[in-house]
Design a protein around this ligand. Structure first.
Ligand SMILES: [Cu+2]
Length: 204
């Protein structure tokens, strides 16, 4: 995705530079502009530009990375940032004592494929809730702000240990600020596997 964006950027840059060079070369010598052809050219430019913008809008709009209306999540996970750790829990974290407890609790388990709504806030300064895959790729992020709850909707396709790092410099130990949750196979998957095993046993 990033490579594609970079290639698109380079391609557009080449076109823009080419247009600038063409304009610079073609305006070296002074000459009287032919107003009729200029206004016709301007008309075409306007039509092509508007058409291009409308086309880009139509192609991109359905792919906006924002939730479509009020999505109902399969699971709500509460996350609170505080210097210098993340409290992550399936229960609301109401105060500093509860936050402390969640930092020692076992990692929250999220089923594969479930739509998760992270409700993210902070109890002290601004942090940034950055979700990393087990292989260390940034998958999503949202600001954690004191006094506000920000929402991040995500779906995970692979089981494993996912890390939450802080992406906003929040103090001396910012680099050590971590959280963790686990993505686990869906219950229905493991149930159907057990049933299949049991059936196999019965068959044997
Ligand atoms: Cu931080």
């Amino acid at each position: 995705m990033q490579i594609k964006a970079f290639e698109t950027f380079v391609a557009i840059s080449i076109v823009v530079v080419a247009v600038f060079v063409w304009v610079a070369l073609s305006t070296r010598h002074e000459h009287q502009p032919r107003s009729r052809s200029v206004s016709r050219l301007r008309g075409w430019f306007f039509v092509i530009l508007t058409g291009g913008l409308i086309l880009a809008f139509v192609l991109m709009f359905p792919r906006m990375p924002y939730p479509k209306g009020r999505q109902k999540p399969d699971l709500v996970v509460y996350a609170v940032g505080m210097q210098f750790s993340w409290g992550i829990s399936e229960q609301p974290i109401k105060n500093k004592k509860e936050w402390q407890e969640t930092t020692y609790a076992p990692p929250v388990k999220i089923p594969v494929g479930a739509l998760v709504e992270f409700k993210v806030t902070s109890f002290d300064v601004n942090h940034d809730f950055g979700v990393y895959s087990p292989s260390g790729h940034l998958l999503g992020q949202v600001q954690a702000m004191p006094g506000y709850v920000n929402h991040l909707f995500m779906r995970f396709n692979k089981p494993g240990s996912y890390w939450v790092l802080c992406l906003e410099l929040c103090g001396m130990d910012h680099h050590r600020m971590r959280g963790e949750f686990e993505v686990v196979p869906r219950k229905s998957d493991s149930v159907s596997k057990t049933t299949a095993k049991r059936e196999a046993h019965v068959g044997a």
